[in-house]
Write a protein that binds this ligand. Structure first.
Ligand code: AMP
Ligand code: MN
Ligand code: MN
Ligand code: MN
Length: 277
C-alpha cells in the first residue's frame, strides 16, 4: 500500500497548503495521507473538499519531553475537536507563540527587527524555529537553514529559547483520549545512544504507545531493519512517513521513503484494531 503518515503543511513549518499535499499525494499514487503538523490539526479542517481518490487521516506531531530530551509523537486517526486534545495543542501553540516573541526580543537586541511581523503575515498557527530560520534567510542574515540553526537557533545559538513541552506520557494519553493512535516519530534522529533509545522505547511501550515510525525520508536500510526489530520485540506496530516539509528540498517528496514489504505490512499501523478514518 502506498501511504504517507507524516508530513507538514503551512499551518506549521511546511511550505505548502493541504490542497498541494493532497494533490501531490494523488500524483504519487498514494491511497492514504496524514498531514501531521507540529502541535496543530488545522490542515485537516482546511482540507474539507478532500479528493475521493485518497483517504485523509487526521494527524498531528506533538513535541514533548522525555527525561529532559525533546522527542516527537505523531497522533493518527485523532478527533481534532476532542477537548483534552484541543486544550493540549492550544497550550503548546501559545508556548510556541511566546517563544517566538522571546526570540524576536533577542533578535532586536542584536539589531534585527521584524520577526513578529513576518510571522503574523504567514498562514501558520504553530510557530517553529524553522520559521525564524526562514526569516533570517529572507533578511539575508543567514545563508541557509543550517547556518541559521548553527549560529542562532540551535541549543548553543545566539537566540536559543528553551521550551516547556508536555511530557511524553501526557502526549500519548491525550492522543488516546482523542481516539487516536500514538507513534514515536523518527527514532533514529534523536541524539541518543543505542541503550538510551531502547530505554525510550521501553518507556514509550509502558506508556501504552502504539507504533514506531520504522521508515522515513533518507533512512538507510540497516536502520530501518533495526527499527522493525526493536518495534516487533515490543509488540509495537509499524508506521511510516516522509516528514516532507518543502518542495525546494529535492531529496524529499510526499510518499518518498523506503516502503514496507508485504510481510512487514502485516504489522502496519493501519492493521491496528484502533485504526479508523
Ligand atoms: P521547533 O519545533 O520549533 O523546535 O522547530 C523545529 C523544526 O525546525 C523541526 O521540525 C525541523 O523542521 C526544523 N529543524 C530542526 N533542527 C534543524 C536544523 N539543524 N536545520 C534545519 N532545520 C531544523
Ligand atoms: Mn518541522
Ligand atoms: Mn519531528
Ligand atoms: Mn515532522
Amino acid at each position: 500500500m502506498k501511504v504517507d503518515l507524516h508530513c507538514h503543511s503551512y499551518y506549521s513549518d511546511g511550505k505548502h497548503s493541504p490542497a498541494f499535499l493532497i494533490s501531490r499525494a494523488i500524483a504519487n499514487h498514494l491511497t492514504l495521507l496524514a498531514i501531521t503538523d507540529h502541535d496543530c490539526t488545522a490542515a485537516f479542517g482546511n482540507a474539507a473538499d478532500s479528493d475521493r481518490r485518497i483517504e485523509l487521516i487526521c494527524g498531528v506531531e506533538i513535541s514533548c519531553s522525555w527525561q529532559g530530551k525533546e522527542i516527537h509523537i505523531v497522533g493518527l486517526c485523532i478527533d481534532p475537536l476532542q477537548p483534552h486534545l484541543v486544550q493540549l495543542l492550544t497550550q503548546q501553540q501559545s508556548s510556541r507563540y511566546a517563544r517566538m516573541l522571546q526570540m524576536d526580543e533577542k533578535l532586536q537586541a542584536l539589531g534585527i527587527t521584524g520577526l513578529a511581523e513576518y510571522c503574523s503575515s504567514l498562514p501558520c498557527q504553530s510557530y517553529t524555529r524553522s520559521h525564524v530560520a526562514n526569516f533570517l534567510v529572507e533578511q539575508g542574515i543567514s545563508k541557509n537553514h543550517q547556518k541559521a540553526f548553527k549560529k542562532f537557533l540551535g541549543k548553543r545559538g545566539r537566540i536559543y529559547v528553551d521550551n516547556n513541552w508536555c511530557d511524553m506520557a501526557e502526549a500519548i494519553d491525550t492522543i488516546h483520549a482523542a481516539h487516536g493512535l500514538a507513534v514515536l516519530s523518527h527514532p533514529g534522529r534523536y541524539p541518543l545512544g543505542k541503550r538510551q533509545l531502547e530505554v525510550l522505547l521501553d518507556d514509550f511501550t509502558s506508556a501504552q504507545g502504539d507504533a514506531l515510525e520504522v521508515s522515513y525520508g533518507n533512512i538507510d536500510p540497516l536502520t530501518k531493519a533495526k527499527l522493525c526489530e526493536l518495534a516487533s520485540s515490543r509488540q509495537l506496530y509499524y508506521s511510516v512517513g516522509s516528514d516532507f516539509h518543502d518542495d525546494d528540498a529535492h531529496w524529499t517528496d510526499v510518499g518518498k521513503f523506503p516502503p514496507l514489504d508485504a510481510i512487514a505490512e502485516k504489522n502496519a499501523i493501519w492493521e491496528h484494531p484502533g485504526w479508523h478514518s
